[in-house]
Design a protein around this ligand. Structure first.
Ligand SMILES: [Zn+2]
Length: 215
């Protein structure tokens, strides 16, 4: 169910008081426009109607897609804890914890394209290692953008940069990642799972141990 809260906020630039709609609960079926805003990355941008001042306004919220069976919980850093008590949910529902609107968008894109986000995170992890080495940078942040039967595309951001560089890898890497998950007997834990680079690193570590045991 979608829930909306209307808040009054005063613009830090011109002081004008404006009413703003916040969406702590988003249901794609009920409010398809919210999905569009998540994908356009405009949902969390607030623009003052008086002076045009723009600000990023992140807040904890959930995004539910009943048709595709996933529920995302966005908890921006320092905004509280994962909801412990959840209403009864369908068993097959994938529960994901994200910390930024960009991660939320990535999950929506991945699930809507029918991919396993855990396998895709493994692919992204491997590609990031290569990119970081190639560019001689300490780290990079990447997001899934699209894929076809041959290739997968990710948008890479260098630290402190807002313009992404697109990088592609073969779809074969995704199929290999799925094999790895099968070998590891991976399945989601209880509650909201953060499927991120930390999880990918942990899974590769487990896989290395498994390979060593086999030798
Ligand atoms: Zn203003």
């Amino acid at each position: 169910m979608s829930t909306c809260i209307t808040k009054e906020i005063s613009c830090p630039e011109c002081g004008a008081v404006n009413r703003v709609d916040l969406w702590p609960g988003m249901d794609r079926r009920e409010k398809p426009l919210l999905r569009k805003k998540v994908l356009e990355e405009s949902l969390f941008y607030w623009v003052c109607p008086h002076c045009g001042y723009r600000a990023l306004m992140e807040y904890p919220c959930v995004y539910h897609d009943r048709d595709l069976g996933f529920l995302l919980c966005l908890l921006p850093e320092g905004t509280g804890d994962v909801p412990e008590r959840l209403p009864p949910l369908p068993e097959k529902l994938r529960l994901r914890l994200v910390t930024t609107p960009a991660q939320m968008k990535e999950k929506v894109l991945l699930f809507e394209s029918g991919y396993d986000d855990v396998a895709m995170e493994l692919v992204k992890y491997s590609l990031t290692q290569l990119v970081v080495e190639k560019w001689h940078i300490p780290s990079a942040t990447a997001y899934f953008t699209k894929a076809d039967e041959k290739e997968i595309e990710f948008a890479f951001f260098r630290p402190g940069q807002t313009r992404p560089v697109l990088q592609r890898t073969r779809m074969k890497a995704y199929r290999q990642a799925r094999e790895i998950l099968k070998l590891l007997h991976y399945h989601d834990g209880k509650g909201f799972v953060a499927v991120d680079m930390a999880l990918a690193a942990e899974l590769f570590e487990q896989f290395r141990h498994l390979e060593q045991e086999d030798e």
